[in-house]
Design a binder for this molecule. Sequence first.
Ligand SMILES: *[C@@H]1O[C@H](CO)[C@@H](O)[C@H](O)[C@H]1NC(C)=O
Ligand SMILES: *[C@@H]1O[C@H](CO)[C@@H](O)[C@H](O)[C@H]1NC(C)=O
Ligand SMILES: *[C@@H]1O[C@H](CO)[C@@H](O)[C@H](O)[C@H]1NC(C)=O
Ligand SMILES: *[C@@H]1O[C@H](CO)[C@@H](O)[C@H](O)[C@H]1NC(C)=O
Ligand SMILES: *[C@@H]1O[C@H](CO)[C@@H](O)[C@H](O)[C@H]1NC(C)=O
Ligand SMILES: *[C@@H]1O[C@H](CO)[C@@H](O)[C@H](O)[C@H]1NC(C)=O
Ligand SMILES: *[C@@H]1O[C@H](CO)[C@@H](O)[C@H](O)[C@H]1NC(C)=O
Length: 445
Amino acid sequence: MMLSRFISLFGVLAGASVTVRKTGQGPTGYEVTFRYENATASSITIGSGLQPFTDLYHATPFGSARFDPRDYQPGWFFANYFGPPWDLPYQMMNMGNGSWVYTTPLPSGTYNYAYLVDCLGNTTCDIDSGKYVIDPDEPPFLNVQGDQTQSTFQVPFDPEFQYDPDINVNFDYALPVDEAHRGTVHNVNYTSPGSVHPAQDVHDFVIYLPYGYNNVTNRKYPIMYLSHGGGGDAQDWQNLAQASHILDRLILEKHIVPTVVVMPSFYNIAPEYKQVYGSRNPPAVAPSAPVVRENYMKYLMPFVEKTFAVSTTPSERAFAGLSLGGRLTYEMYINATDYFGYFGIFSGATFGGPGSYVNASMIAAKPALRERGIFTSVGLYDFAFDDIRGLEAAFQANAVPFLGRVVPFGYHAWNTWQDCLWFFGRKALWKSLPFKVNAIVSTQL
Ligand SMILES: *[C@@H]1O[C@H](CO)[C@@H](O)[C@H](O)[C@H]1NC(C)=O
Ligand SMILES: *[C@@H]1O[C@H](CO)[C@@H](O)[C@H](O)[C@H]1NC(C)=O
Ligand SMILES: *[C@@H]1O[C@H](CO)[C@@H](O)[C@H](O)[C@H]1NC(C)=O
Ligand SMILES: *[C@@H]1O[C@H](CO)[C@@H](O)[C@H](O)[C@H]1NC(C)=O
Ligand SMILES: *[C@@H]1O[C@H](CO)[C@@H](O)[C@H](O)[C@H]1NC(C)=O
Ligand SMILES: *[C@@H]1O[C@H](CO)[C@@H](O)[C@H](O)[C@H]1NC(C)=O
Ligand SMILES: *[C@@H]1O[C@H](CO)[C@@H](O)[C@H](O)[C@H]1NC(C)=O
């Protein structure tokens, strides 16, 4: 799917509604054209993931400059935005014959979007509204219909137009590697009694199998579990963040050995946690972290170990996740300490504030809490900033070795979590232990 977008740089791709084109000109060196056919619509907004930009001087945890990428300057980055979509610049132009077009320069990044039809004004245009249309030509990665509601494309970095000495906002590590070195990504159904999705007593996960998996008999691969966050599901990491591209590159550049990655899903494990993805109906209630841990330990992990060539050595098992998945990772660290060797806690740990973090009596009762490979990471403008910093302070106060990173352009958003995964792989995953006791805060890409 990604490849076709790059082939389209050299010609018109019939039916493709998003075209990424290298222009060799400012403001970013790349131009993206969206096309959409709808003869009866009176407005079409590109929304649901396409956000405005900000610079370092207008970014706060609660807002951003809301810059239009057509005015792009080096150092701008993609920012969370909570206002109505019609206040954004991404309004398509009616060509008068049923075709709608929008062309904009964009800088390096992975972008998610959907079309909002007739959404101008005071209307809710989310998935429940009937005004939300998933791009039929760029379908999301999913297991069953409805698992994902956004399409995705990526724009490369052009150093001539995008380099800024103050901040590096280059997401080329999420571009696909050459075809010969790509792993494969699959949806897998497994038996999980009580689950209500994708079928009664059947739950699902996404698995990444590295390049060369299956070539070598009896080889057991290290295994990482990688969790979504609140409102998300198993397909998020792959669909919204290009997880397999990042993992391919981590392996190709030898930052990690070939690793199997399971992306599970914590909603729908029982009827009371039923989630219709992207919908408010029913309101999705996330199971508590201990409930998820018990469920995964009982059904998910045994299935994975029985079905795939993965290691059962704790030092070759990792758990990582974002936001509520970071909360889940912290739970695994505290309550499944001996099962895993490495933990990646991204943008959320306990959401409990002071007193909720690891303390001296917990460590006295379980010294292994000091013997794990822990990586914490959070965006500088992320609402989970204080939570991760509180955890890091508790680690430091209790001499728990860890590595910590602040993502310099980071909101509570997928580009932050792409960075978390990339640097978890580069700096922490499967690296020799113990890490140095002091936190290392790196802002270098
Ligand atoms: C086209 O626009 C109409 C509104 O005029 C809307 O009801 C319909 O869902 C749209 N269809 C698509 C595929 O966008
Ligand atoms: C509508 O007009 C535009 C601009 O001339 C053209 O590119 C597009 O293909 C036309 N669409 C249809 C459906 O004919
Ligand atoms: C939409 O209309 C409702 C009811 O009049 C009002 O309470 C709300 O503030 C409006 N929202 C926006 C974003 O204008
Ligand atoms: C998983 O189960 C659902 C529901 O039966 C089905 O639609 C889907 O195709 C299955 N997926 C796989 C990968 O087998
Ligand atoms: C795995 O086998 C395929 C097909 O024989 C080969 O092309 C590939 O290079 C092998 N990969 C590894 C990592 O050994
Ligand atoms: C560990 O598990 C216990 C028992 O389920 C639970 O009460 C506690 O909250 C968990 N600790 C953390 C840090 O999640
Ligand atoms: C440490 O944390 C445990 C578990 O949350 C709690 O029961 C205990 O009171 C705490 N100890 C101190 C000294 O804060």
